[in-house]
Design a protein around this ligand. Structure first.
Ligand SMILES: NC(=O)c1ccc[n+]([C@@H]2O[C@H](COP(=O)([O-])OP(=O)(O)OC[C@H]3O[C@@H](n4cnc5c(N)ncnc54)[C@H](OP(=O)(O)O)[C@@H]3O)[C@@H](O)[C@H]2O)c1
Length: 316
């Protein structure tokens, strides 16, 4: 069973597909949990059509489960292992009872970490970790996480706190969400505009969109703004012009995609995050756990902006 897509959430269709077979260097994973995030809603809606996603695409960028078949050249020790893995970018295929992954991206699930927790925190945590690194974040610096209530944001807040941030501000749409983000390490809660608060060394921006340039004014001299997501669409074309008046603050603007991280580095960081979760040092923020066949309901929650953290789907 798999869930194919395009269009509104009602366009998600449960279908029977042939059981996948692993090519050389690949494994088949019988899934126990499938991560669902904002990027899935963007792909489903057609916003990412330029990246080649077509009708019939099977969504799903990360899964956890058991390796039930291995392709040629794959170390036999992976057979039967319980693992977490991202799925090839642009290929997906996670919304299914069986998914195909490259053996070079597998990470063993440590004791005490459930498949649901793994798909809630590992992929988002990798983006948050390398986003902070891309921003050259250092202990003692102040961080603003824009769009902190989603899967990536709740990890960025926790990792900034673990990394010794001096202050951590978040933008979010409600006081209730603000309180939950404070429990994860946020020290200041702002509304979506971020108005009334300046003095940040680093901004991790998950939102993008027309309002992004207004956040340059909130950076300190030598401040760095790194876009890791664009839930409100791409930044406007006037971006450079809006940044230029702050020339004397020597600001930096960058983008970060996990696609630019090597499999080895991603494995290392995902493994460390999962181990930290097993020790109770990083929290998986699970908004809901739903049957795979109810993927439509997960997407309705995403489209309604109702998700805090991340949803996991589980095959029944
Ligand atoms: N860099 C990478 O490698 C990478 C990897 C995976 C995904 N992504 C990108 O990350 C984004 C999804 O991240 P996610 O799953 O963490 O996000 P998400 O859960 O979909 O959204 C994050 C939060 O942003 C806020 N928000 C939503 N729309 C907004 C708007 N128009 N203006 C201001 N705030 C808004 C919402 O919180 P409030 O209602 O509380 O404000 C929401 O909870 C996508 O753009 C995806 O393409 C990047």
């Amino acid at each position: 069973m798999a869930v194919q897509t395009f269009g509104d959430p009602g366009g998600l269709a449960v279908v029977d597909l042939p059981a996948p077979r692993p090519a050389a260097g690949e494994v088949v994973i019988t899934t126990e949990a499938i991560g669902v995030g904002g990027v899935d809603a963007l792909i489903r809606s057609g916003a990412f059509a330029a990246f080649g996603f077509e009708a019939g695409h099977v969504l799903g960028g990360e899964v956890a489960g058991t390796v039930t078949a291995i392709g040629a050249g794959v170390d036999e020790s992976w057979a039967g292992a319980r693992v977490w893995t991202p799925l090839p970018s642009g290929v997906g295929g996670g919304y299914a009872e069986q998914a195909v992954a490259r053996a070079t991206t597998l990470v063993r699930l440590p004791p005490g970490v459930s498949a649901v927790d793994a798909v809630t925190l590992a992929g988002s945590g990798v983006v948050a970790h390398f986003g902070l690194r891309h921003a050259h974040f250092a202990p003692g610096e102040s961080v603003l996480v824009r769009g902190a209530a989603g899967g990536i944001g709740v990890l960025a807040v926790q990792l900034a706190a673990r990394g010794g941030a001096g202050a951590i501000a978040v933008t979010t749409s409600s006081a209730e969400r603000g309180a939950r983000l404070r429990a994860l390490g946020a020290t200041h809660v702002l509304d979506r505009s971020g108005e009334g608060s300046t003095g940040y060394d680093v901004i991790i921006d998950i939102v993008g969109g027309e309002e992004l340039p207004s956040f340059f004014a909130r950076l300190n001299p030598n401040g760095r703004l790194v876009v890791v997501g664009a839930i409100a669409g791409p930044p406007p074309a006037r971006l450079a012009a809006d940044m230029f008046p702050a020339f004397r603050k020597s600001l930096s603007f960058a983008m970060f995609s996990a696609d630019s991280v090597s499999d080895a580095d991603r494995r290392t960081v995902a493994g460390e995050l999962l181990a930290a979760a097993g020790r109770g040092e990083v929290a998986a923020v699970v908004h809901d756990v739903l049957p795979l066949a109810h993927a439509e309901l997960a997407h309705r929650q995403l489209d309604a902006g109702a998700v805090f953290g991340r949803i996991a789907l589980v095959p029944e």
